[in-house]
Unconditional design. Sequence first.
Length: 496
Amino acid sequence: MHSKNVVIIGSGFAGISAACFMAKAGYKVVVLEKNEQPGGRARQLKLEGFSFDMGPSWYWMPDIFERFFNQFNKKASDFYDLIRLNPSYRIYRQNDTTDVPADYTALKDLFEQLEPGSGKKLDIFLNEAAYKYKTGMQNFAYKPGLSLTEFLDADLIKGIFKLDVFTSVKKHVSKYFKHPHIQQLLEFPVLFLGALPEKIPALYSLMNYADIKGGTWFPKGGMYSVVNAMYKLAIELGATFQFNNNVIKIEVENKSAGKVHVRHPDGSTSAHNAAIVIANADYHYTENSLLPAAYRNYSEAYWNKKTMAPSALLYYVGLNKKLENITHHSLFFDTSFQQHAKEIYHTRQWPEDPLFYVSAPTVTDGSLAPENCENLFLLIPVAAGLNGDTEELRDYYFEKIVSRFEKRINQPVKQHIILKKAFSYSNFIHDYNAYKGNAYGLANTWMQTAIMKPSINNKKIKNIFYTGQFTVPGPGVPPALISGEIVAKHIINLNK
């Protein structure tokens, strides 16, 4: 058994994942968390009988969660129940609505109605996506991204063209399908990766396999059930957590991190001895606010050139009645996608007429709100780094999207709101020290994939490591679980 003290900064999915693997390997693990509960961006907000997931709300790639728990001789079902959603989600367009069925045959029928012959093409498209999912998730995703030699795998090299890393998702989809509704449906999942379909390598059509074949699920009790499960597991394995511990400095001596200093809510400070430091805090914040300049991996110029995934304007809303005929997940693509995308990625401004997303988890699980009430989570993607995040602006956008929501579902909503809380750019900075108020880290563009992501190693201090959405494999909940595993196994191998 190792007596080495491991200090993990931050208890997001990647931090808790790393804590589990390090504790299992016999390290003494303490997780320091700025907020009052585990989860990072996946915290839970409890107000007046409503339970809101504050961040992630989609459960895709159940096999990745299963693989995580299996490594500790557990199953996801030991901790929470999963419900497969049907329809997976609903898309509202300007003049029509599409429910995306969970059943594959029904989905093929839908494709055929839109574009004759597209059902057969979907089989071919998804066979390719299945190959990418299997190869991408097994050979790519679990690599630490430290050297090109990691990818000198005979099967990988043989299949490099089948992985479509040199073309874009947009081109790849349009090769098979011409109908704009089908193209939109197949391009939508890559928006989770934080960039436009024309900027994301076609390798990521593996997301279509995850969506269509893997399915859209919901853990009973909300996404926070997953945080709770991992937190319980980490404690069972021997890790300890200290909440309301805001890390203010990593002390470096002789090119080695020795102490991690924290500030408590009462203003007092204390320090933890560390033989190993794993930062699950925002990468830019760790480097620029916790470390002396001489020990940073990257300059401010480096960060400024990076393509950020979007930030988000979020609303947690409680209604005093149930809504009729709504789905768990709804995407409002009823305004110009091109316009909104341009405002996020090019002109970087507050959107004129935004697309938005609504999650209504009480459609699936009534326990998340008082009886006969509805729990709504609304999200508008916005550019990272915007100024002017005021109460007036938040109210303006809320009014705008709720009016559209009411119109499309043909029911009053505003007059039934009994609870409303907004969360945006300034909250991401305040609560998570998020660089430019980002919600999802770095976009998974070609130039920000694998070895081109910020390194999991601090190149100047041998005992500091990084995990989370800025490093490999990238943004999203399943990648965060993998990120924690990658960094932990890398450290364990170094110390063998």
